[in-house]
Design a protein around this ligand. Structure first.
Ligand SMILES: *Cc1c(COP(=O)(O)O)cnc(C)c1O
Length: 432
């Protein structure tokens, strides 16, 4: 048995112990029609992912390397280190094929569907990032793919709709409700229960009924598996803190997983504080997506977890300048780790995230996704406030910001932020 195999075996012991419950959270709160699909998936997860049957995990690791571009570097951020007088290291998931961590999960699940003998892939998408990653993975593995996307999102995320279509995926607009992510997930679950025999549903984060939260975490855990080894090789030891932005929580769980039992490592999950943490129930929409920090217990999309809901238990819509963080729920394992005090939830508002976006771009030459910018916003606020995050901090750069440029320019100008670069070059008629 090779060392990695032995390590994997050791881990699988505590992974399998999870029966889909993370403390009070998790479970399988789904209609009866979906139970056979979940049972089949649970069986496949245990055999292929946990036990590496037929060499599944070996093939996943080979493909995530050769197609996905792993391992991603852990690099020192020189200017930020100087600015905060601390060693700041960046785990570069923005360099994964497709520009974000999302491919780790999409590739894992599409490959699993192949091993299960499924003939078709379906997935939901909000901003289009998960749909894009799934369409890429499906093209790579030669599987037909259909993406469900709320009508509102189809209209406001056109570039990602083009990407999915170009990779050969069908895009089905969902016309119910507000036409955003929540409805897209519900519709994809319905479609799955209708076609389960030949279809696999690739869910996009560590959410949904068991086994999705555990399985998606295991595919994303490659982030902390690499980061932990890289830290020991490059820094001579473990970091004092790991910081990551949390929407559904998949890049967070991926970046935290192998550090959870290292008690000296502090873990910070940065949520979108949006425009305010105050909620006006009448409005039906929370002005933030700070689920871990402000939500409470309920059931959404097949799992018991922490949610944004009103006093009648109705799910509240969320808000963030960053589409990928704009979700009313969060993964059950992350909710549990917060309850246990192992993970500290913090929030960063829209404006601070925009400022952090510009700071990282000019300081380090890395244009981060708006989601990721929240993690850097927290780093800044913490050090400015004199909080001690420790001597070495790893920030997970969940994705790159090319997709966000228009939003960022528009929102920075609207707010008159000083950090905004002057774009008057477009108005002078001269060459750029
Ligand atoms: C989708 C996305 C997120 C949020 O999703 P999680 O499941 O919370 O990781 C964060 N960063 C980027 C770049 C994304 O595309």
């Amino acid at each position: 048995m090779s060392e990695t195999e032995r390590e994997r075996d050791g881990e699988s012991a505590d992974r399998t112990a999870a029966d889909g419950q993370f403390g009070r959270y998790g479970g399988q709160y789904v209609p009866e029609a979906l139970m056979p699909a979940l049972e089949e998936l649970e069986d496949a997860y245990e055999r292929y992912v946990l036990e590496n049957e037929d060499g599944f995990m070996d093939e996943f690791e080979r493909r995530i390397r050769n197609f996905g571009g792993r391992p991603t570097p852990l690099g020192r951020a020189d200017r930020l280190s100087e600015r905060y007088d601390s060693e700041i290291y960046l785990k570069r998931e923005d360099l994964v094929h497709g520009g974000a961590h999302k491919l780790n999960n999409a590739l894992g699940q599409v490959l699993l569907a192949k091993y299960m003998g499924k003939e078709r892939i379906i997935a939901e998408t909000g901003a289009g990032q998960h749909g894009t990653a799934t369409a890429m993975a499906a093209a790579h593995l030669d599987m037909p793919c259909e993406i469900y996307m709320g009508r509102t999102d189809v209209n406001r995320q056109r570039p990602n709709v083009f990407r999915m279509r170009i990779n050969g995926a069908e895009v089905n607009p969902v016309d119910i409700g507000r036409g955003t992510l929540k409805e897209a997930i519900s519709e994809t679950m319905r479609e799955w229960s209708r076609t389960v025999e030949r279809t696999h549903y690739v869910i996009g984060s560590v959410v949904g009924p068991h086994p999705f939260p555990a399985m998606v975490r295991d595919f994303q855990a490659v982030i902390s598996e690499e980061a932990r080894e890289q830290a020991r090789a490059q820094l001579g030891g473990l970091p004092d803190a790991v910081v990551s932005c949390a929407g559904g929580g998949s890049n967070t769980m991926g970046a935290f997983h192998h550090f959870v039992s290292d008690e000296s490592v502090d873990l910070y999950a940065v949520e979108a504080g949006g425009s305010s943490l105050e909620v006006d129930e009448e409005a039906g929409v929370a002005p933030n997506s700070a689920t871990l920090s402000t939500g409470d217990e309920g059931i959404l999309h097949g799992a018991r977890t922490t949610l944004l809901q009103d006093s009648h238990g109705q799910i509240m819509e969320s808000h963030s300048v960053s589409a990928g963080l704009d979700y009313s729920g969060v993964g059950p394992e992350l909710a549990h780790l917060v309850d246990e005090g192992r993970v500290t939830p913090v929030t960063v508002g829209d404006t601070a995230a925009l400022e952090a976006f510009h700071r990282l771009s000019t300081d380090e030459g890395i244009i981060p996704a708006l989601e990721t910018s929240h993690a850097f916003g927290y780093l800044h606020e913490a050090f400015e406030a004199g909080e001690d995050l420790g001597e070495t901090v790893i920030v997970n750069v969940s994705g790159r910001g090319d997709k966000d440029l228009e939003t960022v320019i528009e929102e920075t100008e609207k707010r008159g932020l000083e950090s905004a670069p002057d774009m008057s070059v477009f108005e002078t008629g001269g060459g750029i």
